[in-house]
Design a binder for this molecule. Structure first.
Ligand code: HEM
Length: 227
């Protein structure tokens, strides 16, 4: 492959990461906002969860809009992971090139953190879906069909709250660096002022998402949100 073509492919892969990443960002912001309804009580929270399933009716069937969102997220996940793996392989291949200084391993600390952060978030997601959506596994046993009760029962168990808080820390770090990388790919870091703006934006968004998500588990553990 020629150098110019290789560079174009790298840019296309990074664009794939940026676009799918922004779709995830839209989802996590909306999800976080929805979760905060737990502070408004059981009825408000469950009505919101119920309304999500009725979105788009009668134009769409029951859960129609929800399934469109789910398919969009699954597609984004496939694109995000496939582009990430392709980029890692390119970095690993570049490492074996003879004229590259030996110390330049192609794996920076930030990219290692992104890999392991991404894997952590993925493992969390599988756990989370089994916990709340697919399995509806209540760690305290008992009622599982009520999203609000399931959430309170879950976070009353301290180690479940710890798992969620650790995952939110990983998500915050991933977003912090991911937004910065996406800004570079999209050419929003051309001047010192723009770089500063992109860094601040990434930091603020990461903080809002990780703190916003952590509020509900912490409030349950502190006895502010109760059954
Ligand atoms: C403290 C943090 C979180 C809490 C309390 C929480 C809570 C919930 C609850 C209660 C549901 C079930 C909603 C329902 O059945 O109507 C749910 C579903 C879901 N959550 Fe979370 N969530 C959190 C973080 C996250 C994060 C960080 C992600 C993504 C990285 C995520 C992705 C999802 C997905 C994909 C679903 C399934 C939606 C569906 O297809 O029905 N959640 N969450």
């Amino acid at each position: 492959m020629t150098g110019a073509r290789a560079a174009r492919t790298t840019i296309a892969l990074k664009l794939g990461m940026a676009v799918s990443g922004f779709i995830f960002l839209g989802f996590v912001l909306a999800h976080m906002y929805g979760n905060l309804k737990a502070f408004a009580g059981q009825e408000a929270f469950n009505e919101y969860a119920h309304h999500l399933r009725e979105l788009g009716e009668p134009m769409l069937p029951h859960e129609g809009a929800l399934w469109i969102i789910r398919l969009g997220l699954i597609l984004s996940l496939v694109v995000h992971v496939a582009c990430a793996v392709a980029l890692w392989r390119r970095a690993a291949r570049a490492r074996t090139t003879r004229y590259v200084v030996k110390k330049n391993t192609g794996v920076t600390r930030a990219s290692l953190m992104m890999r392991w952060g991404g894997v952590t978030i993925f493992v969390f997601l599988v756990w989370h879906l089994l916990n709340f959506t697919i399995g509806k596994v209540n760690p305290q046993g008992g009622a599982t069909d009520d999203p609000y009760l399931l959430m309170v029962d879950t976070f009353e168990v301290w180690w479940m709250t710890v798992i969620y808080l650790v995952a939110m820390l990983a998500l915050g770090a991933h977003l912090h660096h991911g937004i910065w990388s996406a800004a570079q790919t999209l050419g929003w870091t051309g001047t010192a002022a723009k770089r500063q703006r992109a860094k601040t934006f990434g930091f603020v968004v990461a903080l809002i998402v990780s703190v916003g998500f952590s509020l509900v588990p912490l409030a349950v553990l502190a006895g502010i949100i109760t059954k």
